[in-house]
Design a protein around this ligand. Sequence first.
Ligand SMILES: Cc1ncc(COP(=O)(O)O)c(C=O)c1O
Length: 396
Amino acid sequence: MSDNLARHFLLREDVTFLNHGSFGACPRPVFETYQAFQLELEREPVEFLGRRLTENMAVPRRALAAELGTSADNIVGLTNATTGLNIVAQSLDLKPGDQILTTDHEYSALEKTWAYVCRKTGAEVVVVTIPLPLVEEAQFTDAIIAGMTDKTRVLFLSHITSPTALVFPIERAVAEARRRGIWSVIDGAHTPGHIRLDLDALGADFYSGNCHKWMMAPKGSAFLHARPEVQGLLDPLVISHGWTADSKLPGAKGAFGNSPFIDEIEMQGTRDPSPWLTVPAAIKFRQENDWWAIADHCRALAQDTARRLGERTGLAPLSAPQFCAPQMVAMPIPDCDAPAIHTTLFERYGIEIPVFKWQDRCIARLSVQGYNSKPQMDRLIDALSELLNLKAPEAA
Ligand SMILES: Cc1ncc(COP(=O)(O)O)c(C=O)c1O
């Protein structure tokens, strides 16, 4: 798979790149489309950002909605998932004593977002510990539902977690939140292009995801999805031309003829919309190259690598395979100076992979994308074995 596919990517050949998860990587034909948009913008900014932008911004919305199982009226393009989730967190009407229920596996910038919201509103964050290893759906759902009280106003969950690379089985928790009148806010930063999504069937109130990670669109392409019934709760983070004074009235339109949800968020000051406009090209590239089949190979390689490393460390995986992100696995490693191992892997071995301490564990988070290969996995295992003094199982 990989040698053939690696030629599509612009990644440095002297680096063993095992960190697709942080910022993604954009295939060459998709990147060329992105640059073509940038050139077009530079050649006639008024035509591009003035006359044609409203019409052009709708194209990715339609393409993405078809991919994500929803209507184009329910999604709006933005720069990253952090922005989408900030729009939601900073819009919801929270009061002192209200609770935001979440887990101990969340991404730090979003933990900070809720801490900021709590400081402003007097609400409080309630953190549920998700038991590890995660082997049954009920372990997750029971823990979340047990944390719901009559003060819970928001349920905030990652769909795929950053430090632990788990796919949280969020469906029942989201349904229970709806039944209790709790807003569900889902961090889907890692999900588009990584797991198959049907946002309407999931029924979360708010869902924000990145196109620049696993969908392989250019950096700076993301979306916020909101159910039609809750779109009116949102306010833009920046007031600009899309805003109208009567936007909260029933049936109101934004300044560019879309719903206020779309116009107020999508049209915020001068910026380069090229990453967002390139999303359809990324979807097309994936379809033309049958990327879900490639992802299956990546999953097998990721699981095999984690198993082999596990044989050397003797440490149990964080979850059963069905709860592990398909192309990303958080591999426990023995207690070590994680930042030093991270730096040495890059500087001495040319291996780019996150190694960090999470709670009381040290973790190496492996991403496997179509450009990766079995020899790269061997190199990682050899390097970690050398640095951590691990023995091959037969020699152990
Ligand atoms: C779970 C999770 N949420 C949010 C983010 C933030 O994504 P972005 O920086 O694109 O907003 C990340 C980034 O890796 C993430 O892993």
